[in-house]
Design a protein around this ligand. Structure first.
Ligand SMILES: Cc1cc2nc3c(=O)[nH]c(=O)nc-3n(C[C@H](O)[C@H](O)[C@H](O)COP(=O)(O)O)c2cc1C
Length: 318
């Protein structure tokens, strides 16, 4: 059984990629993840705010709640050292991650990531647009400029982790490729603050994902995989081998894992790999290419009508 895949032009021995998280803060843990069968790892993100500390309007502004410079888990210097350490200790591709929302000098840090040995860069766009004066196309124009700046500055492949909250995800996906993105990560997961009715306070909560979150990813993998030329990774809600099989069937080249690894530790990766192999054997598939994208919407004449028809059918069936 061959589980090898290509993601962002990189050969991976398995489609399971350790997603951006604290999991690679510890090289020993990263090594365990490699030994358990990971195909690649993504480091936690460095934030635009850390890379532009001299710009008071975006960094450390009292009252806005940004962490102090020293409160980030990894400073830019330590990040580079950690990247070098991971590269020295691991044989699999190491993907560095930058998290921002607008073009600027911070994007130049990508060159340092390249020099420190990163195999690829994942750019995570995390922005909640609250200003009614900002139009949707302005948000996306800035995204495209940012990706274009990073892609032009480095020879590395650049993946873009987007959110599903765009009015035309399909057009944005193609535009991102045109400015240099080598792949897309579907999707960013917004951490949604909760409200405590007892204390009348707003509480930021970091919840691990649930398998039900995969459904949104499956929909967009199925829609985008016939349309984009680059790589697609699923991120969000993959907790089991059948979840991974679904993401691959709808068109993913790689499947990112975070919550399941934080909950159960590196050994769960072996269970997922074994489960995927058993499923492939049962289905008569020898390689991922035998079934990747088989359930995408390539053969669907009108995917938008198909989606709407499914929606209407689902409501009528209840
Ligand atoms: C504790 C934690 C830290 C995370 N840190 C980052 C990060 O630094 N950068 C990033 O792009 N995503 C980060 N994420 C999001 C994950 O990469 C991933 O997209 C999300 O957890 C959904 O995948 P999952 O269902 O496998 O958990 C983090 C998630 C968790 C739970």
């Amino acid at each position: 059984m061959n589980l090898a895949t290509r993601y962002l032009g990189l050969p991976l021995r398995s489609p399971f990629v350790v997603g951006a998280s604290p999991l690679c803060d510890d090289a020993h843990l990263a090594r365990q993840l490699q030994d358990a069968g990971a195909g690649a790892v993504v480091m936690r993100s460095l934030f635009e705010e850390q890379l532009a500390p001299l710009v008071p309007e975006v960094f450390g502004d009292a009252g806005l709640g940004f962490p102090e410079y020293a409160d980030y888990q990894l400073s830019p210097d330590r990040y580079l050292r950690q990247l070098e350490l991971l590269k020295a200790q691991l044989s699999l591709p190491v993907i560095a991650s930058l998290n921002g929302h607008q073009p600027g000098a911070w994007t130049e840090f990508a060159v340092q990531l390249e020099n420190a040995g990163a195999d690829a860069i994942e750019l995570n766009f995390y922005q909640v647009v609250t200003d009614p004066a900002i139009a949707a196309d302005q948000v996306e124009t800035e995204m495209l400029r940012t990706v274009g700046e990073v892609a032009a500055a480095v020879r590395l492949p650049v993946a873009v982790k987007i959110s599903p909250f765009h009015s035309s995800v399909a057009q944005l996906a193609i535009a991102l490729e045109l400015v240099g993105a080598a792949g897309l990560v579907l999707f960013n997961r917004f951490f949604q603050p909760d409200v405590d009715p007892a204390t009348l306070e707003v509480r930021p909560v970091l919840r691990l994902s649930e398998p039900s979150e995969l459904l949104l990813r499956l929909r967009w993998l199925a829609i985008l995989s016939p349309q984009v030329r680059g790589s697609l990774a699923a991120s969000g809600g993959v907790h089991s081998a059948p979840d991974a099989a679904k993401a691959l069937l709808t068109g993913a080249h790689a499947v990112q894992l975070v919550s399941v690894l934080l909950r159960h530790g590196p050994p769960v990766l072996r269970t997922l790999l074994r489960g995927l192999e058993i499923w492939m054997q049962e289905q008569g598939f020898a390689t991922l290419a035998d079934f990747r994208g088989r359930l995408n919407l390539a053969r669907c004449r009108d995917p938008a009508a198909f989606e709407r028809a499914n929606y209407i059918r689902a409501l009528q069936s209840h």
